[in-house]
Structure formats: structure tokens, C-alpha cells
Design a protein around this ligand. Structure first.
Ligand code: ADP
Ligand code: MG
Length: 241
């Protein structure tokens, strides 16, 4: 479904992503892990071109995203959901208005957008709080609205960049539970950057370990965390033991 080939990005003289190769099958949940600064965010942001790659191809459903024009990219982005570390909700809008906004801007009627937003908020267990503003919600609830905002487009692929990293430890679980449900029901193909090892171990179909801008190991959680083949893998194994 997704095939990244030779992806490369330099910031000044710093090579952030170095000829990275990565494939994700339809319905798969792939977790990307690796030390801070190894290029995880840059990689995931290049998939929908929030960061423009210097080189490489991002094949999605046989289309190279890196070669799309603006109109093509806009259409493509509707098929790819993105959940940020910072929730980026608009504080003066209610939860449901936040979810509706992108749909309405994409040309849907308010009625249609309301229905889809309501359904998406239901999927993340937020149907009781649709009229609350972000300031009235906990961090975990805000992130669930952020997830609903992505889900409302019924994306084929969902990109997650450390979705629980800004949350108080007490609030991490409710977001991981939502993610686990989405993965379990194969609601979308998921590419997840996270440091949550328990989630990776139990929910990922496959783990991808990165170091210095490249993939150093990929495999089943039971393989990568038990018999790691890379230095990064051995570090995670030590953390688990
Ligand atoms: P990760 O998400 O794995 O922590 P990033 O992809 O954010 O890593 O960053 C990879 C490297 O690129 C880091 O060394 C980071 O400092 C650098 N980097 C990321 N974004 C920029 C930018 N906009 N300008 C300059 N350097 C950047
Ligand atoms: Mg990052």
C-alpha cells in the first residue's frame, strides 16, 4: 500500500533521513521506534509532504506522492490522516466544530460534516463532550478529538507522530486504548511513531527501528524485542527486561 524508496532529506549539512526504505501492507499497523533525532518525524512528515523530500519516492496506491501537483496533493491528503503530538485544536471551536472544520473546508455540506464528525467522535468515545471547547477537555480528551478529526475523513492510511508524548502519564492510556481499537478493527493502515514499548509489543504487526536517518531493523515485535539484530534493538530489549 505504502512503499517508501530511497527517501532522503538534509537540513543544511545535517542528513536527517538517509536513503530510507520502508513498506507497509494494507491494514498493517507498523510502529517506528528509535532514539530522539534519528529522523522519525522527518520521515513521517515527508509522506504527506508536510516536509518536502530532497530525493526519493513515496508510492501510495501506485502514485508517487512526491510528484503530485498541488491539486493532486490536496486530494491525496484526504486519504492520509495525520495525528500530531501537539493536538493543534482551535480553542474557540467546540470539539465537533474542530472535527467538522476540515470536512467543510474540503467542500462538504455542514449537515454531512456534522454526521461524519459525530460518528468519528463516537469512535473515540467522545460523544458526550462534542460541544466542549478544548480548554474544557483533558489532554487525553483533546487528543481523542485530534484522532477523530483525522478519522472523520475515513483515511486509508493514518500517520501518528508520538500521539501520547505531550500527555500526562495518567492520560496516556485512554489514547493508547483508542489506537489499539483502531488497529484491531483495521480501521486504517497505521504507521505509528511512539516510545510506548508495551503498545509496540502488543499492538504492532511489525516494528521498524531507525538510527541516524535509516532503518536498521524490521520484524515482528516478538523477534525485534527478543532477538534483536541491531544495536537499537538490543537497547529496547534491555528496557523490557
Ligand atoms: P525524531 O523525530 O526521530 O526525533 P527528527 O526527524 O525530528 O527526529 O529530526 C531528525 C534530525 O533532523 C535531528 O537532528 C533534528 O535536529 C533535525 N531537524 C529536524 N527538523 C529540522 C529543521 N526544520 N531544521 C533543521 N534541522 C532539523
Ligand atoms: Mg519526532
Amino acid at each position: 500500500m505504502l512503499s517508501i524508496q530511497n527517501l532522503y532529506k538534509q537540513f543544511g549539512s545535517l542528513v536527517a533521513v538517509n536513503n530510507l526504505e520502508l513498506s507497509v501492507a494494507p491494514g498493517e499497523t507498523v510502529v517506528i521506534m528509535g532514539p530522539s533525532g534519528c529522523g522519525k518525524s522527518t520521515t513521517i512528515r515527508m509522506i504527506n509532504r508536510l516536509i518536502e523530500p530532497d530525493q526519493g519516492a513515496v508510492m501510495f496506491d501506485n502514485v508517487d506522492i512526491t510528484r503530485l501537483d498541488d491539486a493532486g496533493l490536496r486530494t491525496m491528503r484526504k486519504r492520509i490522516g495525520y495525528v500530531f503530538q501537539q493536538f493543534n485544536l482551535i480553542s474557540r471551536l467546540s470539539a465537533i466544530e474542530n472535527v467538522m472544520l476540515g470536512l467543510v473546508m474540503g467542500g462538504q455540506s455542514k449537515e454531512e460534516a456534522y454526521g461524519k464528525a459525530l460518528a468519528a467522535l463516537g469512535k473515540v468515545g467522545m460523544e458526550q463532550a462534542i460541544d466542549q471547547k478544548p480548554g474544557q477537555l483533558s489532554g487525553g480528551q483533546q487528543q481523542r478529538v485530534g484522532i477523530a478529526r483525522a478519522l472523520a475523513f475515513e483515511p486509508e492510511l493514518m500517520l501518528w507522530d508520538e500521539p501520547t508524548a505531550s500527555l500526562d502519564p495518567m492520560l496516556v492510556r485512554e489514547v493508547l486504548i483508542v489506537m489499539e481499537e483502531l488497529a484491531k478493527y483495521r480501521a486504517a493502515t497505521m504507521l505509528v511513531v511512539t516510545h510506548e514499548i508495551a503498545f509496540a509489543l502488543h499492538v504492532a504487526d511489525r516494528i521498524v527501528l531507525m538510527e541516524k536517518g535509516a532503518v536498521v531493523e524490521t520484524g515482528l515485535p516478538s523477534q525485534v524485542f527478543v532477538e534483536p539484530a541491531s544495536r537499537v534493538g538490543r537497547q529496547y530489549k534491555e528496557l523490557i527486561e
